[in-house]
Design a protein around this ligand. Structure first.
Ligand code: SF4
Length: 473
């Protein structure tokens, strides 16, 4: 419908008559609900209820008064919505959309006293080109960096670098817990929608969550401490913009737990779609841009960081590092095929030295609920669990280009984007997080040991039970 409206230049509705009037819900830092645009197709309800198994929204009332709403008509901010944004991907009219922060970014880019840094997640580079008519799954890393530089960012860094820090911290934390048999299985914490799901629906499982921040939050903390000091810039003058495939990361960046001494790690999160809008607003011909590289030194990343964008990627990257940390031997076969692919819950037993590590990977919140129930009931037969809230992982995040149902039924979008992600890994010179030279340097110069005091101060956080109001209860 949005495509047709653009094609036929439909800007207003001319039909007379009584129309339903709904207040716009813009309280959430992630999602704006404007049900004046809703046509009651209920695709959002089906996605939230049947695919994600959350049920934050449903149809209420009858006849003319029918509308999609939440428990007690609360804001999405005050119910059990995880902000995964899959409803936005399903909505044909834009009644659900991301909370846009484009104007905030433009204002900072125009301010000569602010040092504006962009960091981009792995999944953005394999989807951004679609907004400019390029084939699904085209890797546009060079053009994306070039576009961001033309928009006026002072530096453009790669969140994949931060993913390497996440692996160092997460693998260290896991090895400690594995040795002491404490709070196993350890659950990954890089997906904020999954973290919020655990906090609202399974608070008893919170001790299983890794205390690591997600990669972009870790990066923000490093930029406003190590990088600020090294380049003699006051941390308050740095404005970090994370370009993400994700809606939940907008909410995550506003969490109190993501501040150090009152300063946010990340100031603003924009989605792949918002970046495309900015590039279009600036009249940049994206497809004609030359390729440019990320700025040094914080743009040096490994293939392990790149695969974070696909389901199983965090686990695979962690296993590559855990293997070498435990055995002190070189890992020859880097691809852990057992944790790749679209199966909802993947399980594998990996032999590392004398130990057998049992791992599981789940994607989509429907599958997350299955593994959460197992953990709650003490039935989980694995030691380490990766969960990504979006089906397929971040490559299919709620901030990625929206595809019509026709394209979704004809093309395997998940497969094309994930193939592009794994191709980046295959071509990388370094494919193990712990071998990232800039990361090693920062640990040596500033952070100290992974899992040490400074690392905890900057790169870790804590989670706690949150209130839940579910329409199904
Ligand atoms: Fe965000 Fe990725 Fe989690 Fe989806 S899977 S909510 S895109 S972090």
């Amino acid at each position: 419908m949005q495509e047709l409206a653009i094609k036929f230049n439909v800007k207003n509705v001319e039909f007379q008559g009584e129309t339903a009037k709904h207040e716009i819900d813009d309280k959430s830092p992630s999602i704006v609900r404007d049900f004046n645009k809703c046509i009651l197709c209920r695709r959002c309800v089906a996605t939230c209820k049947n695919v994600q198994n959350i049920g934050a929204i449903d149809c209420i009332n009858r006849g003319f008064d029918s509308c999609i709403s939440t428990t007690y008509d609360n804001s999405l901010n005050d119910v059990n919505c995880t902000f995964c944004g899959q409803c936005i991907e399903a909505c044909p009219t834009g009644a659900l959309r991301e909370r846009e922060y484009i104007d905030d970014v433009w204002a900072k880019l125009k301010d000569p006293d602010t040092y504006v840094i962009a960091q981009t997640a792995p999944a953005v580079r394999v989807a951004l080109g679609e907004e400019f008519g390029m084939e699904i799954g085209t890797n546009v890393t060079g053009k994306m960096v070039s576009g961001l530089k033309r928009l006026g960012f002072d530096k453009v860094f790669d969140t994949n670098t931060a993913a390497d820090f996440t692996i160092m911290e997460e693998a260290t934390e896991f090895l400690e817990r594995f040795k002491n048999k404490e709070h196993l299985p350890m659950m990954t914490s890089c997906c904020p929608a999954w973290v919020r799901f655990t906090e609202t629906e399974y608070p008893e499982n919170i001790p299983h969550l890794s205390s690591c921040k997600s990669p972009h939050q870790m990066f923000g903390a490093i930029l406003k401490s190590y990088y600020a000091k090294k380049n003699d810039i006051a941390p308050e003058k740095i404005f970090v913009v994370s370009v993400m495939p994700c809606i939940a990361k907008k909410y995550e960046s506003k969490r109190e737990e993501m501040k150090i001494d009152g300063i946010c790690d990340v100031d603003c999160v924009i989605t792949t779609r918002e970046l495309a809008r900015m590039i279009k607003q600036a009249n940049i011909e994206f497809t004609k841009l030359d390729d440019e590289s990320f700025d040094h030194p914080m743009g040096e990343a490994t293939g392990a960081g790149a695969i974070f964008g696909a389901t199983g990627g965090v686990m695979e990257a962690a296993l590559r590092t855990a293997y070498e940390l435990i055995t002190k031997e070189e890992l020859k076969e880097l691809n852990f095929e057992e944790v790749r692919g679209e199966k909802g819950v993947k399980k594998a037993t990996i032999k590392i030295g004398d130990a057998e590590v049992k791992v599981a990977v789940a994607h989509g919140l429907g599958n997350a609920r299955k593994v959460s129930e197992q953990i709650k009931n003490g039935e989980a037969d694995y030691d380490f669990l990766e969960v990504m809230a979006c089906p397929g992982g971040c490559i299919m995040g709620g901030g990625q280009p929206i595809k019509s149902s026709k394209i979704r039924s004809e093309v395997d979008i998940r497969r094309k984007r994930s193939e592009a992600i794994y191709a980046i890994d295959e071509k990388s010179v370094i494919r193990k997080s712990h071998k990232n030279p800039i990361m090693q340097e920062i640990y040596k110069q500033y952070i100290g040991e992974p899992g040490g005091h400074k690392a905890h101060e900057l790169l870790h956080t804590h989670y706690s039970e949150k209130e839940k109001y579910c329409i199904d209860e």
